[in-house]
Write a protein that binds this ligand. Structure first.
Ligand code: BGC
Length: 248
């Protein structure tokens, strides 16, 4: 099968596109629906199904989901409704669409796409991808192998509070701070991660990666820092790749 539907479920929007899993390219347009609030499994299942209907798609679906996901079950809910905790997301989306759905963490999906088709291709060392959006998502690789569900956005830094509440774009918007001030915070976060993991490369993804040129001079890690090549499509592409791997 060439084209698989990849869906990236986020705290503000749910985006999908058909992905050619042999080259990691989108086939045609993306379609987005706003994330319902409250973002309960029932409401999100309906929004998810709208995307599948838009593409008139039948077949395996890959999904990146903004939570710890183990064997299809959500184990956390930082930016979605708490009723997701303990809910089998694969079953919920499967029941709403009639298709087999394979769910993985959204940052892990984006990381997989960047390592396979983006700027991480051929990187053998320790690579950390960070998605910067409403939340802070992370994906960690060594020699191309991923350790899933790293959740380093929830490191208790600084001052024993979650890093996400301090250095995500969600925090920048909520606290109404300038991008310059945000970048100082984010640089502190990268330095903290560097002390813990000694990565060779940081890849920045998510919405904030589009503005990389504006703040790159404020980032002072020893590791290289580069923006994700697939930008905001990495989550969709990685989700489709994940589904292809589960079905092959
Ligand atoms: C969640 C992660 C997710 C990240 C980005 C965090 O709040 O805990 O699972 O990857 O947001 O969506």
């Amino acid at each position: 099968m060439n084209a698989i539907l990849g869906i990236d479920v986020g705290a503000s929007g749910i985006k999908g596109a058909l992905v050619d899993v042999h080259n990691g390219r989108l086939q045609g347009e993306r379609f987005r629906v706003p994330t319902p609030h409250p973002s309960t499994p029932e409401a999100m299942g309906g929004a998810f199904a709208e995307i599948v209907e838009f593409f008139n798609y039948k077949g395996p679906i890959g999904c990146g989901f903004p939570a710890i996901v183990k064997h299809g079950v959500a184990q956390s809910a930082a930016n979605i409704d708490e009723s997701w905790i303990g809910t089998n997301a694969e079953q919920v989306f499967g029941q709403h669409t009639g298709c087999p759905v394979f769910v993985t963490n959204d940052a892990d999906a984006a990381g997989m796409a960047e390592m396979r088709y983006g700027v991480g291709k051929g990187e053998e060392g320790v690579v950390m991808l960070i998605t910067i959006g409403t939340g802070l998502g992370t994906a960690l690789f060594y020699k191309g192998m991923m350790i899933p569900n790293t959740e380093l956005g929830h490191l208790l830094w600084p001052h024993g509070k979650s890093a996400e509440a301090y250095a995500s774009s969600g925090a920048r918007e909520r606290l109404k701070i300038s991008r310059k001030e945000w970048a100082e915070r984010f640089n502190g976060y990268l330095l903290h991660l560097e002390r813990l993991f000694s990565p060779d490369l940081f890849i920045l993804g998510g919405g904030e990666s589009k503005f990389f040129e504006q703040y790159k001079s404020q980032l002072h890690t020893q590791a290289r820092v580069i923006p994700a090549k697939l930008l905001n499509n990495a989550g969709i592409i990685g989700a489709a790749v994940y589904a292809a791997e589960q079905t092959s």
